[in-house]
Design a protein around this ligand. Structure first.
Ligand SMILES: C[S@@+](CC[C@H](N)C(=O)[O-])C[C@H]1O[C@@H](n2cnc3c(N)ncnc32)[C@H](O)[C@@H]1O
Length: 270
């Protein structure tokens, strides 16, 4: 038996989120810079972004909602594809950072930013052609509430992209740190069957699952500065890269990737 949608115990062990929404409203913008110069996981998140874009069924003129837009890396990328983007975030600082990034990249005309909670979206039903729901579900106290909102504002039979951690050593490592109170309990990871149950209950059908990398991103940190890299680590990093791309093709192991990207379709009737 797995966890229920609010993450309460129902057979498995789970960590309640100890920091409330205020943590995201106030502090989190200083921590989250996934593809920034200093991020050790830069390669991993850039790969995630690439896969999200590859899986996203969009065409020019579509309306895309970027939920929990953060620093706007997806909003910018979607806007570049000629769609109209609405990026929402609960953090004023994140919204400001995205606004600045949109201005810098000349995409501000195509990106609207809204400061709000993903659990209660200020949009009419059947508004969006695609909803990007990446790297957010694990931070939500009531993910089923947000999935319900997504189902409401998504046009009938249109798509959602869900991105979150798979069942892997990294997630287990952070979960242990949180149990030991060595880092704040800001996230709660779900087992694959919990994710599918959640999606089924919210009336979403999973069309594709894509795994994003299996090996620790640290090897890429070494390889990013090739002039300083002795030959062997560079070779090792290439072996890991190669193994990643082989594993990513195997359906059975996808749920154990460092990140999973799921393409889902809403089943709502017209
Ligand atoms: C891990 S970051 C991911 C950002 C972005 N999706 C990305 O992948 O780069 C999570 C984002 O969700 C926002 N967030 C957290 N709780 C939220 C909520 N209840 N409603 C809207 N945004 C929220 C945070 O402020 C943060 O910007």
């Amino acid at each position: 038996m797995g966890l229920d949608f609010e993450g309460k115990k129902s057979g498995g062990r789970n960590i309640p989120l100890k920091v409330g929404k205020n943590y995201f409203k106030k502090n989190y913008f200083m921590e989250w810079d996934p593809e920034g110069e200093m991020s050790p996981d830069r390669y991993l998140y850039a790969k995630e972004r690439r896969y999200v874009m590859q899986l996203s069924p969009i065409k020019r003129g579509d309306r895309v909602l970027d939920l929990g837009a953060g620093r706007g890396r997806f909003s910018l990328e979607f806007a570049r594809k000629g769609v109209t983007v609405v990026g929402v975030d609960i953090s004023k600082n994140m919204v400001m950072l995205t606004k600045e990034a949109a201005l810098r990249s000349g995409q501000s005309a195509n990106i609207n930013l809204v400061l709000c909670d993903a659990e209660s979206l200020p949009f009419r039903r059947d508004t969006f052609d695609l909803i990007n729901f990446v790297e957010l579900i694990m931070h939500l106290p009531k993910p089923q509430k947000t999935l319900h909102e997504i189902g409401r504002v998504l046009k009938p039979h249109k798509h959602m992209i869900l991105g979150c951690g798979g069942l892997n050593y990294r997630v287990i490592f952070y979960t242990v740190l949180m149990y030991l109170r060595l880092c704040p309990k800001i996230a709660r990871w779900y087992r694959p069957q919990n994710i599918s149950e959640m999606l089924k209950k919210a009336n979403f059908q999973i069309l594709r699952v894509r795994g994003v990398a299996y090996f620790p991103p640290i090897y890429v940190r070494i390889a990013r500065n090739p002039s300083k890299v002795p030959l062997i680590p560079l070779r090792i990093s290439m072996i890991f890269n190669h193994l990643d791309s082989v594993l990513e093709r195997l359906p059975v192991v996808r749920w154990t990737a460092l990140i999973m990207v799921l393409l889902c379709r809403g089943r709502k009737e017209c």
